[in-house]
Design a protein around this ligand. Sequence first.
Ligand SMILES: *Cc1c(COP(=O)(O)O)cnc(C)c1O
Length: 428
Amino acid sequence: MDHFSYVDGELRAENVSLNELAAEFGTPFFCYSAATLTRHYQVFTDALSGVDADIYYAMKANSNLGVLATLGNLGAGMDIVSGGELVRAQAAGISPSKIVFSGVGKSVDELRAALDADVHQINLESYEELHALSAIASEMGKTAHVAIRVNPNVDAKTHAKITTGLSENKFGIAWEQAEAIFTEANGLPGIDVVGVAVHIGSQLTDIEPYRAAYTKVRGLVEKLRGLGLNIRAVDLGGGLGIPYDAETPPSPAEYGAMVQDVMAGIDCRLGFEPGRMIVGNAGILVSRVIYVKSGIDRKFLILDAAMNDLIRPALYEAHHTIVPVTEPTTDAMAPIDIVGPVCETGDTFARQRMMPEVKAGDLVAFRSAGAYAAVMASTYNARDLLPEILVNDSDYALVSERVTIHDILKREHIPVWLSGQGQEKNVG
Ligand SMILES: *Cc1c(COP(=O)(O)O)cnc(C)c1O
């Protein structure tokens, strides 16, 4: 459920007019709903009310400061995957005691920054990283609280580019090496092994892969305890899918019940890292129609948004529902290809999509554009990075400014040997 709906013939974000936002900020723009973020966070926490649970929002899904601060206010911790995300989380006021650092290749500088900030937990993914962290922590006179991410070799049955729990994927420690690395880690200086972590993929629409992976993890925890390790935490990752189209992902309640069933009596703090499920349907991308182009075989809806703004269709063949901002007055629909202006055939949002009639100049909204959207934007074709607006009832705030070609050119320089007369720069 979200808070984007038609009121008096116009799609609104909570009680804010999208036409008015378009007039004030220009198109395209991202728009997020605070009420939807809050609702999704609460549905997730409610589903885990019987559990000793800590929620670490996976901020790579959407790391805008306004979004982070909204979730931080509700009590969320953050799952980070880079030193940059550590800086962002702290800039949003998140305490490092509520930060878990994940990721397959944390650099020495990133590990040092995490230790320096005293983050709650670092999730390790290789022997190499374990030894690097032990050395850094020892040198700094710190103890790193670590979980080790295991790869349970379970097929999450999601898109190949977002499945992470198969032995062929780069993530986690191979299941066969798990016992050995935990035993080794337990004896290393600067390392306090607190738990086991797992994350098998994203946009999961089936609960069984979760059950299979979590059951294996539970067995591992019991085995490690039998070997004398003091395992106090299990980090169960994220990945719960959302309905983009006709998918029917497990509800948070169903997921919560499965977790309580598999983990009953385990006597561990359970960590959760939902990303998409919190923010995916809390955001839309609003775009203006530039042309409706009539070809011989088909029509094209050419928008001012493009693959650089929202790469999910090009990258994952993802479906986004696209609706006119002005509520259609008839049920009439016709097929049309919906594309952006970028010079790539991949800059196609939908092929032969059934759409109500829209005209040049009209606004359309891409639904479910809160997760893995603005964070993945680029300036390809010398296009802007889009403004992001957070709505809260009838209030709104510009939470990220448009980055224009003039901002971008400020970072670029023509070498002195080309610009003559010692001039460093003659554009911008
Ligand atoms: C990306 C990621 C998540 C969040 O995945 P979602 O599908 O957005 O819920 C959680 N944990 C880890 C380690 C991740 O890399």
